[in-house]
Design a protein around this ligand. Structure first.
Ligand code: FAD
Length: 402
């Protein structure tokens, strides 16, 4: 075989959380894979995005051998706060779910850990590839064509996993007539900052304020991650640091005198909010996973967790195929994933509509939100529904295949 052709069992497009974890789970099943990634290793290891890991994600990362540093450095949270009408109300996730929790550990740290375990195990990740193109998806031998270090190269494989995010090439490689898209774009966005400031709260605070939503989160004991609802077309140059702090102080005001810790900003960005689902999540020998197939608004902290849930199902289906010769689980991959995807879409949309104010929303909408927040913070059943979804639905729903 020519040197520029690499033969493997599973070709993986994208070295985000989905592609890297899939590669590691397959390795543990004795299945070979090669990952191709357009960005540099440094870029993916420093890309600041999500940071809230569901209980199931934490358990899976540990089982995959990528949990040592997360175990030492991750911040385990047993509750969250909902702030409205100038008062904070705690939702005890741990007690309401029979002992489940979330872990705050930045996505780029997960990515760093996964790259390390893959490379230590001799795994192949090709960074800085270009002109990626998928061929033979409906044949028995699909391949990934790309440029790498000045050479035209090809990964020839049995299956391809499209883990290349919302703007990747995997989803557009499927004939348009085969797919259906479901999309909802929200009329607001998040202005997010990273600040060198000790988090002002031990737990995340979700605030519904008359001026709009705000979130206090963190990435470490010395770095705060804060968000403000803003307009989708918001111009960051109109938001000098002092204006951001002033607006955050306003939205986190409580009668008890909550004090926000402030510090130098190390990052400032605007994130659009959308819900998006592709159906089906597979075509021929190509399987989409993570953001390549679906997007959720970040309010429920589900994007990365959903990507992890997809690849767990895909790894299991591929392992079954190689162990038994049966393609049954691969055939039902999309249906199995989509059940969880739509449940998660619903939860993320619900959290978003509970906490944000859209332009033109009337006083009735605001009063309705306050009534619902009152219910969530006083009814055990309502709080338990939030807690179950927030800490993560079980990986295997009742009635699902083993
Ligand atoms: C800007 C941004 C901010 C976010 N912030 C939050 C947040 O605050 N909270 C939250 O809960 N969630 C957030 N999310 C969502 C969360 O980060 C994603 O759901 C998660 O990254 C999904 O993982 P993934 O592996 O599916 O995709 P990604 O992490 O997007 O990984 C895809 C990988 O594929 C690579 N790639 C793209 N095209 C190609 C190609 N043609 N060939 C090869 N490789 C390719 C990309 O460089 C990338 O490394 C954010 C997402 C984005 C985009």
């Amino acid at each position: 075989m020519a040197a520029n052709i690499i033969r493997t069992q599973v070709g993986i497009v994208g070295a985000g959380p989905a592609g890297l974890l899939l590669s590691q789970l397959l390795h543990l099943e004795g299945i070979e894979s090669v990952v191709v990634e357009t960005q540099t290793r440094k870029h993916v290891e420093e890309r600041n995005r999500a940071g809230v890991l569901e209980q199931g994600t934490v358990d899976l990362l540990k089982a995959a051998g990528a949990g040592d540093r997360m175990r030492r450095e991750g911040l385990v949270h047993h509750g969250i706060e909902l702030l409205f009408n100038r008062r904070a109300h705690r939702i005890d996730l741990h007690e309401l779910t029979g002992g489940r929790a979330i872990t705050v550990y930045a996505q780029h740290e997960v990515v760093k850990d996964l790259i390390r375990v893959r490379i230590d195990a001799g795994g192949q990740i090709l960074f800085e590839v270009g002109d990626v193109c998928l061929t033979g998806l409906d044949s028995g031998a699909p391949s990934i064509l790309f440029q790498h270090a000045g050479d035209a190269r090809e990964v020839v494989c049995d299956y391809i996993a499209g883990c290349d995010g919302f703007r990747g090439i995997s989803r557009p490689s499927i004939p348009a007539c085969v797919l259906r898209f479901y999309e909802h774009v929200y009329p607001f966005a998040w202005l997010g900052i990273l600040a060198e400031a000790e988090p002002a709260s031990q737990e995340l605070i979700y605030a519904n304020h008359e001026s709009g939503f705000a979130l206090l989160s963190m990435r470490s004991p010395s770095v705060s991650r804060l968000y403000l609802q803003c307009r989708p077309e918001e111009d960051l140059s109109l938001w000098p640091d002092e204006r951001i702090w002033e607006e955050l102080r306003r939205r986190f005001t409580t009668d008890e005198g909550f004090h926000l810790n402030e510090g130098p900003l190390v990052q400032k960005s605007v994130t659009a909010m959308r819900s998006f689902v592709t159906e089906p999540m597979q075509y021929g020998r190509l399987y989409l996973a993570g953001d390549a197939a679906h997007i959720v608004p970040p309010t429920g902290a589900k994007g990365m967790n959903l990507a992890v849930a997809d690849v767990r199902i895909l790894a299991r289906a591929l392992a079954w195929r190689y162990r038994t010769g049966s393609s049954d689980l691969l055939a039902s991959y999309s249906d199995t994933c989509l059940r969880r995807v739509w449940r998660t879409q619903h939860f993320s949309w619900w959290m978003t509509s509970l906490l944000h104010r859209a332009a033109g929303d009337d006083e009735f909408s605001y009063r309705r939100q306050l009534a619902e927040l009152d219910q969530v913070t006083t009814s055990r059943a309502a709080a338990a529904t939030l807690a179950e979804n927030y800490t993560g639905l079980p990986f295997d729903f009742p009635g699902e295949q083993p």
